[in-house]
Ligand binder design. Structure first.
Ligand code: IPE
Ligand code: IPE
Ligand code: MG
Length: 245
């Protein structure tokens, strides 16, 4: 039986989030420029997006660029932004063929104009697709998101649109970039690093975490199936006892 056949289609994660890490190390190992790592990373993106849509996993969120990544050398940031534009142009067909709706979270106004325009165009052109929502986290930082949320809610309190006693978890949820997404069920990070790096801090409260040594440009659907099978062998208790489940 193949790995894919072993997956229980009734118990798929509803929301899978991925920290795509290790592009630079992949390139370095091969004596290449870091940009080659990023370029090869886009192949893994296509394969994983298609595999998730096929299963289907209804929500896939990919961490593509963090608020902290702006601090990398300008040349690398420019390369990443250029790659974003060319991938969006190239992959519109993949999205359409697989009935995938594109979404984006993060401080999108800080993206270069061209990247922002292309992103909005693909979001608009795929808005009626329904098999899977693919969310790109771009210029995304969880602390920035939470700070923005607090500012927006405070303003509503100030203008008497909401009373402090009515602020609950759902009010907070509804002000996050992820307001239209369910909580994360499974979070995968590639490249051997075992940290969250400012990704979806609120949304991963009860996510299962899965770390793998594989570098992102080498990540293929078999790796994804392994992670999902591992996830399906876990008991998610949400604070309860095993007997209560
Ligand atoms: C992930 O790969 C891509 C981005 C953060 C944009 P890295 O570029 O972080 O690769 P490493 O961690 O240096 O190997
Ligand atoms: C996290 O990777 C961000 C993305 C994958 C886009 P980093 O490579 O930037 O994270 P750190 O700096 O190693 O924690
Ligand atoms: Mg990294």
């Amino acid at each position: 039986m193949t790995l894919e056949d072993q997956i229980d289609k009734e118990r798929l994660p509803r929301h899978l989030a991925v920290i795509m890490d290790g592009n630079g190390r992949w390139a370095k190992q091969k004596g290449l420029f870091r940009s080659m790592g990023h370029e090869n990373g886009t192949k893994a993106v296509r394969e994983i997006v298609e595999a998730c849509a096929k299963l289907p996993i209804p929500y896939l969120t990919l961490y593509a660029f963090s608020t902290e990544n702006w601090n990398r050398p300008k040349l690398e940031v420019d390369t990443l932004m250029r790659l974003l534009v060319s991938s969006l142009k190239k992959e519109i067909k993949t999205l359409t063929d697989n009935n995938i709706k594109l979404n984006a979270i993060g401080n999108l106004d800080s993206l270069p104009k061209k990247a922002h325009r292309e992103l909005m165009d693909v979001i608009e052109r795929t808005k009626s697709n329904s098999r899977m929502t693919l969310t790109l986290a771009l210029s995304y930082g969880s602390r920035e998101e939470i700070t923005k949320t607090i500012k927006e809610i405070s303003l509503k309190v100030k203008n008497n649109l909401i009373s402090p006693s009515n602020i609950d978890e759902s009010v907070i949820n509804n002000h996050l970039y992820t307001r239209d997404l369910p909580d994360v069920d499974l979070l995968i990070r590639t490249s051997g690093e075992e940290r969250i790096s400012n990704f979806l801090l609120w949304q991963i409260a009860y996510a299962e975490l899965y770390f793998t040594e594989t570098l992102w440009p080498d990540y293929r659907k078999e790796h994804l199936y392994e992670a999902i099978l591992n996830y399906q062998n876990r008991e998610r208790r949400f604070g309860k006892t095993s007997e209560q489940l």
